[in-house]
Design a protein around this ligand. Sequence first.
Ligand code: HPA
Length: 244
Amino acid sequence: MTLAIIGGTGLTRLDGLEITRREVVRTPFGEPSGPVIHGVLQGREVMFLARHGYAHTIPPHQINYRANIWAMRHLGVRRVIAVAAVGGLADEMEPGRLVFPDQIIDYTYGRRHTFFEQDLTDVVHIDFTYPYEQTLRDALISAADAAGLDAVPWGTYGATQGPRLETAAEVRRLARDGCHVVGMTGMPEAALAREAGLAYATCAAVANWAAGIGGRTVTMEEIDANLVKGMERVRSLLAKAVPQ
Ligand code: HPA
């Protein structure tokens, strides 16, 4: 089953991927973030797409999530590993660590978030009780164990609108709501993947303590430094075991 990796901040290219070709895909929903890269990773065929564009220029609220997911599905992708940078709220979610969340709360607004709004013969409501696909999550968790990465195999992902970071009060609210990590791209990507019938799981890399935790503000230098470590871990996770 064809696997795709959607790379987030810090992962606009995938080391170790032998690129075979780049494919521009036209979709009914407009342009994806860039051409889809076809390649071979550890002897296995994968596709790769940089969510924010290959030059990292598309902010979270302007990503064409529908075009990205439609393009994957069109190219025969059936499973998607979504790599994403997040801020940590819970004690376990230390900067540098990898997290495989199991739940989502969506705080985004004004994003095109469904494929089911035009030319319908009936209204469609997908089941989204468990937003991430468990078999793919299990594969990621086992791969992280095998690679000795000390990842956190649970957590609720709060998806915020961005591109600004949160206020301290917003982070306190996220924590009261039960969020353990916060990021800006988890939705509507996960829901669109479900609507498209793709098995989807997130590998989050903690880039910083969320705003106000421990009395701190957030700096881009801190985020960038921790992401170097986090993305090295993502690469060793993917290299160790691109799940087949
Ligand atoms: N908040 C939202 N998104 C993020 C953060 C954060 O603190 N860090 C990395 N992505």
